[in-house]
Design a protein around this ligand. Structure first.
Ligand code: JFZ
Length: 427
């Protein structure tokens, strides 16, 4: 728990002018308004297809995945929001493409580490908010990996390595964009691009083109959207309004037509066509992260995934940040998630040379040892709940076939969770 508390962050970190208080009010208000808008977008006649239900089940059974935040920002080594935080204009930031040459990138080695840690899938930032694509996309203005000295297809190499080792690859895809002129700037983007009106029809066409490329070329299990949340604005009369109609119906239908699942990190109640519910640095239903998931009800008929960071407070690599979760803390997170019937997507930010931070590799290797001994209590189980005990420890329960797993999670950051198997009949 201590780790979770330390890793808390707030929207105010990202906002240009609003103070912490205003930011909190903004998030809560945005959640309230977007909640009703989200409901309005539900399409009552939507029927989930069989392939989709099966894919959701398969995803939930995987229980543990690795999140990778990697892009040009790794060269700055200041986290993935650096461009926005210090206001580097698009043109200047773009020059970093000329200096992107991660000669140590080795997809096979990454996958060896992930698999050894016990992960069953990988979700990578195919394109983060800076708008730089990690594959040689044909539909953008050239702001992609093909136009760097490196030139190799990072996504393609990772897809091949994952495929060879039986890991599912998924793609984070940013809706928000700090690079393109046709993207209508929202709250966070305005700081970099000013009051850019954009042309959403054109931007949407671009996104659909990229999503089609990604899916047809690399066959992901899901597309993991992020950035919708920057388009809710506070009005003087105290009301809130959505500042962009994303037309998710069209986007989601397109992805589903290719038999790929949809997830959206929007901190909203789930929409009909969203297949996986996401919780960012917060356990489903606890809403303790200071705003992000306040008021986000847990969907009772969807797989759930909680994402979290191994390196304190950042997703993209930050060179000065030496605090990492301990192996026992990561295992405790996996257990808490499983008890809450959720997957854990644990993030690692590789550096500008293409290496996974050495500390992360060490931690993951220990996590793997625990997972090999205790994975029965995690993979393919359903969560039966998590309770906090008077002494600060927690007890989680999971179930598979005729076995209930009772998991004791201690307070200390170096004590690994303990699993006890019990036949269902004794409950
Ligand atoms: C988003 C990204 O901005 C971040 O860089 C990372 O990729 C993470 C997984 O997702 O984080 C958020 C999400 C929502 C808000 C702020 C940051 N929000 O609601 O203000």
């Amino acid at each position: 728990m201590a780790t979770r508390m330390r890793m808390k962050t707030s929207l105010s970190m990202f906002l240009p002018t609003a103070g912490r208080k205003a930011a909190t009010i903004l998030v809560v208000g945005a959640v309230l308004v977007l909640s009703s808008l989200a409901r309005a977008q539900n399409c009552g006649s939507y029927v989930v297809e069989k392939w989709n239900l099966e894919a959701r089940k398969k995803f939930a059974a995987q229980r543990f995945g690795i999140f990778i935040h990697w892009g040009l920002y790794a060269n700055y080594a200041q986290g993935e929001w650096y461009q926005q935080q210090i206001c580097i204009d698009t043109e200047t930031y773009g020059r970093m493409a000329d200096g992107f040459c991660p000669s140590k990138f080795d997809a096979k080695e990454w996958v060896r580490v992930f698999k050894d840690a016990g992960a069953r899938y990988v979700t990578i930032t195919s394109r983060h908010h800076d708008g730089f694509s990690l594959w040689p996309t044909k539909v953008d203005d050239g702001f992609n990996i093909a136009n760097t000295p490196f030139g190799r297809d990072v996504i393609g190499e990772l897809a091949k390595a994952c495929d060879d080792e039986g890991l599912q690859l998924n793609f984070y895809y940013s809706l928000m964009d700090w690079h393109r002129k046709d993207y209508p700037a929202g709250l966070a983007t305005k700081k970099v691009c000013g009051e850019q009106k954009g042309d959403y029809a054109s931007y949407k066409e671009f996104m659909l083109g990229q999503l089609g490329e990604l899916i047809d070329s690399y066959h992901p299990g899901n597309i993991w959207f992020d950035g919708e949340w920057e388009h809710a604005e506070h009005q003087d009369d105290g009301t809130w309004k959505r500042t962009l109609e994303w037309d998710f119906d069209t986007i989601y239908d397109f992805i589903h037509s290719k038999r790929v699942l949809v997830a959206n990190n929007n901190h909203q109640p789930i929409r009909d066509k969203e297949d996986i519910q996401l919780f960012e640095r917060d356990l489903p239903g606890e809403n303790t992260d200071g705003g992000f998931s306040a008021n986000q009800p847990v969907a009772n008929n969807r797989p759930i995934e909680q994402c979290d960071v191994i390196q304190h407070g950042v997703w993209g690599y930050r060179i000065a940040e030496r605090r990492f979760c301990t192996p026992a803390e990561v295992c405790a997170m996996i257990c808490r998630c499983a008890a809450k019937d959720s997957n854990l997507l644990m993030n690692i930010g590789p550096d500008g040379s293409g290496r996974l931070p050495a500390q992360a590799v060490e931690v993951m290797s220990e996590v793997g040892k625990w997972m090999r001994a205790n994975g029965d209590a995690i993979y393919g189980t359903r969560g039966l709940g998590l309770v906090k005990n008077a002494d600060g420890s927690e007890t989680g329960k999971t179930k598979k076939d005729n076995t209930v797993y009772v998991i004791s999670i201690s307070k200390g950051s170096n004590v690994f969770p303990k699993v006890c198997e019990t036949p269902t009949s004794s409950f």
